[in-house]
Design a protein around this ligand. Structure first.
Ligand SMILES: Cc1cc2nc3c(=O)[nH]c(=O)nc-3n(C[C@H](O)[C@H](O)[C@H](O)COP(=O)(O)O)c2cc1C
Length: 358
């Protein structure tokens, strides 16, 4: 199958499954325990319907918006995902190039298979954010943040839903590992990459004792906007606002951490209500269609992040595949906006969605 015959994200997922080693595919596709939350992340979109408005001037529709001060050409950013060289030999560098070509942000994971500098050099003009796992060694946290600032990353996303690694049974079954010859800089920094790296080791490079009080120190390291990724409750959204977070990412880590938490889309309204405009609210989880994005915007997200969708593009065709998946999503969003009577993402309101009939 060539790229032109792949018409949507689901096509890319099937093509990626054909290309990838089964262990790698399962690592990217899988979730925690019974994968209930993983399925819910998708199912939640079907519980809402769009409520289109007609006879609105949609002769000129834009998908562009601004997120944490970064201009993007569509309200979909690339979420941080680990070990991208296991999807394609060009890994994170290709994702950065694909995102830049599509005019959106690439968020680099701490657990990447490329360095902060390599990813910046791969797409110097592209917008990039850095996702932080808080190391048990504060010197390493400081080093990551300072390097991100020096290399032109324009926001820090602190992931807070992984104080310890979730239990991903697909990985336990397949024994998926990143071979020692593919360096994972975060593990090298912790002097933990003498051999292959397994996803079950991620907890080793994260400090499970970090609390809200520590955010002040993190904020003191740079002037970059700080978003907290992995919030699912109004209670924590309030604490994030009190801690001065500029952004909140409603997320359950793509169903890979605590199973049996609600779909991100279901948690979004309570977070939006609690935040009441004091921080930007983003969300991720289950984005596969432009209509998913419009539903999330209608429920109060400023923009969304997509994890697996660009990964499938990367697996199929490197940077070009990432760009194409993002362009497909952009075309779907543009069409859905026009058909909903919205000339831009800012025009989408709560009245543009309603509960689906059961
Ligand atoms: C293979 C894979 C690796 C991930 N690695 C990270 C990571 O290193 N850091 C992080 O904050 N989130 C990580 N995530 C979570 C994503 O950032 C995002 O929350 C999730 O993928 C969104 O769901 P979606 O894949 O349905 O779009 C990962 C997700 C996947 C699928």
């Amino acid at each position: 199958m060539d790229g032109d015959s792949l018409l949507n994200v689901w096509d890319y997922q099937r093509a990626a499954e054909e290309r990838l080693d089964p262990g790698a595919f399962d690592y990217f596709a899988g979730g925690a325990n019974d994968e209930w939350t993983l399925r819910e992340n998708i199912a939640a979109y079907a519980r809402w319907v769009l409520r289109p408005r007609v006879l609105v001037d949609v002769s000129s529709v834009t998908t562009a918006t601004t997120v944490l001060g970064t201009d993007v050409s569509l309200p979909v950013l690339v979420a941080p995902t680990a070990f991208q060289r296991m999807a394609h030999p060009d890994g994170e560098a290709a994702t950065a190039r694909g995102a830049a070509a599509a005019g959106t942000v690439m968020t680099l994971s701490t657990i990447a298979t490329a360095t902060i500098e390599e990813v910046a050099a791969a797409a110097p003009t592209g917008a990039r954010w850095f996702q932080l796992y808080w190391s048990p060694d504060r010197g390493i946290v400081r080093d990551f943040v300072e390097r991100a600032v020096a290399e032109g990353y324009s926001a820090i996303l602190l992931t807070v839903d992984l104080p310890v690694g979730g239990r991903r049974e697909r990985d336990l079954r397949t024994g998926f590992e990143v071979p020692a010859e593919v360096p994972v800089p975060a593990f090298v920094a912790h002097e933990r990459q003498a051999a292959n790296v397994s996803p079950t080791q991620i907890g080793q490079v994260v400090d499970s004792s970090v609390t809200w009080r520590d955010l002040e120190w993190l904020r003191s390291l740079s002037a970059l906007p700080l978003a907290v990724k992995g919030i699912l409750t109004a209670e924590d959204a309030l604490l994030a606002c009190e801690a001065g977070a500029d952004g909140i990412v409603v997320s359950n880590h793509g169903g890979r951490q605590l199973d049996c938490v609600s779909a991100s889309l279901d948690a979004l309204p309570e977070v939006v209500e609690a935040v009441a405009g004091r921080a930007e609210v983003l969300m991720d989880g289950g984005i596969r269609r432009g209509t998913d994005v419009v539903k999330a915007l209608a429920l109060g997200a400023g923009a969304v992040l997509a994890g697996r969708a660009p990964l499938w593009g990367l697996a199929v065709d490197g940077a070009a595949g990432v760009q194409r998946v993002l362009e497909l999503l952009r075309a779907e969003i543009e069409l859905a906006l026009a058909l909903c009577g919205c000339a831009s993402p800012a025009d989408v309101t709560r009245a543009h969605v309603g509960r689906a009939a059961t």
